[in-house]
Design a binder for this molecule. Structure first.
Ligand code: HEC
Length: 323
């Protein structure tokens, strides 16, 4: 049996989306009081919501489509008859498994459909809880109460989805291996529309990127506010940058040049330093950890102490005003 084209497209989007979300979640940095989230975290937030939208479309489509797996087969748990069919299928799979076989299947049978339904439910629960966190979580305040419970649940269901994903992929390959063409049924769309598929994948990875830069700085500033800084002032930031400090420290401009939109030169090593202002250098202020690391070094080097959250926020605000 072949799935209709829209089902295949949805499956592709959901599969790519879930894999990206799970893999991304391993490396991302969560925001917490005093620490900003990173670009991966921002991407996780954005794609989580897009994916929830796709999942909702998928549920509606499973409800209305004909020919493919009906929604009652994905969610059999409310019908005695369907539950019995799942049980029969489990026995069938079991009796084949002891002979290292898989049941012959031209149509998706009750057991795999029910397992896939569980995966879709888990992904939807993740999407809903993640979206709630997105709207209600304030990274500058420690999480308590129901929001904390939702976060715990989000993480627990995430582990379940990992298990599901591995099982799903392994079973798909087993079916393919014994000649059921289950993988081809889903990836046919790739062969037919290679260009479309490539554009789609590229979108998944690059669409959130313009949002990153702004978000990283926003999170940093929110972090500084949570550490006691009040509203930020670009003029103060400019003053800090140009201030001539006593002692051997000197000034920020000694290395970065007086114009942050221009390249500087390292005071001691003479190595060129790319412009600091994001308007002149797209790679600036993209990575909260990097910004913090250089604040740490450079403030100690020039001022002989750490910069305060207020000073850091003022300085970033100054950099953003430079065109
Ligand atoms: C001794 C030379 C030197 C001085 C003085 C100096 N910096 Fe830097 N700064 C560097 C170098 C080197 C880097 C990292 C190289 C790079 O990313 O191009 C850097 C990177 C940074 C970054 C990282 C930006 C990013 O996201 O990539 C910030 C912010 C920064 N400096 C701010 C300051 C401020 C504020 C001062 C003054 C308090 C200052 N620097 C003084 C050498 C210096």
């Amino acid at each position: 049996m072949s799935h209709d084209r829209f089902t295949r497209l949805l499956h592709l989007l959901i599969a790519v989306g879930i894999v990206a979300q799970l893999v991304g979640s391993m490396g991302m940095v969560h925001p917490k009081p005093g620490r900003a989230g990173d670009a991966l975290y921002v991407m996780h937030e954005i794609w989580g919501q897009v994916l929830l939208g796709i999942l909702i479309v998928h549920w509606v489509w499973s409800w209305v489509r004909s020919g493919s797996v009906p929604i009652g087969q994905l969610v059999p748990w409310f019908s005695g008859q369907r539950c019995r069919a799942v049980w029969e299928d489990i026995k069938n799979y079991g009796s084949h498994a002891v002979r290292f076989r898989l049941p012959e299947a031209t149509h998706p049978t009750p057991l795999p459909s029910a397992v896939q339904g569980l995966g879709l439910i888990a992904a939807t629960v993740l999407g809903v809880s993640g979206t709630l966190l997105y709207f209600y979580m304030d990274p500058t305040v420690k999480m308590v109460g129901w929001l904390h419970d939702i976060k715990e649940m989000h993480e627990a269901v995430g582990v379940m989805l990992w298990i599901y994903l591995v099982t799903h992929a392994v079973m798909g390959m087993l079916h393919q291996w014994v000649g059921h063409e289950s993988l081809w049924a889903m990836v046919k769309v790739w062969k037919k529309y290679p260009l479309g598929a490539a554009v789609l994948l590229a979108m998944i990875f690059f669409l959130p990127s313009p949002v990153w830069a702004g978000r990283v700085v926003d999170d940093l500033l929110a972090g500084y506010r949570s550490e006691g800084a009040v509203s930020f002032n670009a003029e103060q930031g400019r003053e800090l940058f140009n201030r001539v400090n006593s002692g051997e420290g000197g000034s920020c401009v000694d290395c970065h040049s007086a114009n942050p939109a221009q390249s500087g030169k390292h005071l001691k090593t003479g190595k060129p330093i790319e412009p600091l202002a994001p308007s002149a250098n797209k790679e600036r202020l993209q990575d909260a950890a990097k910004v913090e690391k250089w604040f740490g070094r450079n403030c100690k080097g020039t001022l002989g102490r750490d910069c305060s959250p207020q000073e850091k926020g003022d300085f970033l605000t100054y950099l953003l005003t430079i065109q």
